[in-house]
Design a protein around this ligand. Sequence first.
Ligand code: PLP
Length: 430
Amino acid sequence: MSNDILDTPELNLRAGKPVAVKASGCWVYDTEGRDYLDGSSGTICVNIGHGVPEIISAMTEQAQQLGFAHRNQFASQAVRELTAEIHRVTGHRFKEVVYTNSGSEATETALRLVLNHHAARGDVDRTVVLAQFPSYHGMTAGALSISGHPQRRRNLDPLHDNRLSLGTVAARDAASSLPTLAEWEERFAAIGPERIAAVVVEPVSGAAGGAAELPDETLRGLRELCDRSGTLLVIDEVMTGFGRTGEWFGHDRSGVRPDLVITAKGLSAGYTPIGACLVSREVLPGQSATDAAVGHTMSGNPVSAATALAVLRYMQEHDLVAHAAKLGPLLTERLAEVTAGLEFTRPPRGRGLLQGVPLVQDAEEFATNPLAPRICAAAMEYGLQLYPAGVDARSQTILVAPPLTITEAELDILIARLEQALRLVAATTH
Ligand code: PLP
């Protein structure tokens, strides 16, 4: 799926992209002075809104005080405080936080820890990592090799050939767009449970699955299946994490305890690059996960750490997780109203402020002229930023995921602009 729709003459949409020059709260402004309501928090990361003065002060102060410290030779106060804060908001249920610069790197770190875990037990043939179809876990080679996202993997198979024996579980039940527990069990039996190193799932699918929810019972069943099989359970909370779904993490309400959690995006709310892999007590007994993961030059950068710490504090001071939980049902209701009666939409799905409007389009037309980018381009014309998701006609969705700071009045504007965009697309869809 591409965003080439911006240049589609039929819709007479603006060629090229507007140039963003400033942003504040839920609003982005371009060089022509036009405003855009950020209905997707950028790429579902600007969770506390743009230009928050407390965050900018924290970044500036840290940059002035200590911009870099070689992590093998120094600890930094910023990293220590961030780690303590992450332990606090996660109820001290993780043993270690391993820092990266992105969600993709956090996925790579999780894969590295999974293989190290099994190798440390002499279980070297346990190399299969199973993920869902559709799914997206990052653009780096390892992360992409477990992603059920054919478009983003296109032409890159040579990168994956020499890697783990990876596979995805494809959903066969047309009613749900994610695999059922029975399908996971069948796949385990077919491959051999003793070969499955890890299962990686998103609690609410993002870029690939279009806000499809993984039911809590499926997640609990997967935990049991992994326990029976000696398989590690990795939950990808890059998009869902840090309050987006109305809880700190999308898996919280299921009661499931994953072995590893992948995070990024909301951790720094898009202000600076940072990701983290949260490691449970059992993963590497007697061994530091941070040492095993090795890391990157910028892992644990003090400016990123200070930024993320300020973001987590800001979220708590403004009770943003509860705000997302409160506004979630209202967003569902308003999306249901605005899409009712349209032939090319299905009822909204998702949780908290990560929601999607699934689209209906036949596979052939999807391949040549997908609806999701057309709707997003039309929305930009009316001053609304949205996110096109999905990997095929069945998963194609418009993601609606505004900053967790959005007010009810701003939500009204979002819905009004979305309605205009949907009308425009309806008028040009035959
Ligand atoms: N995992 C999920 C669920 C994501 O949504 C993304 C990015 O969209 C990633 C991983 C990769 O994160 P990043 O883009 O920070 O590398």
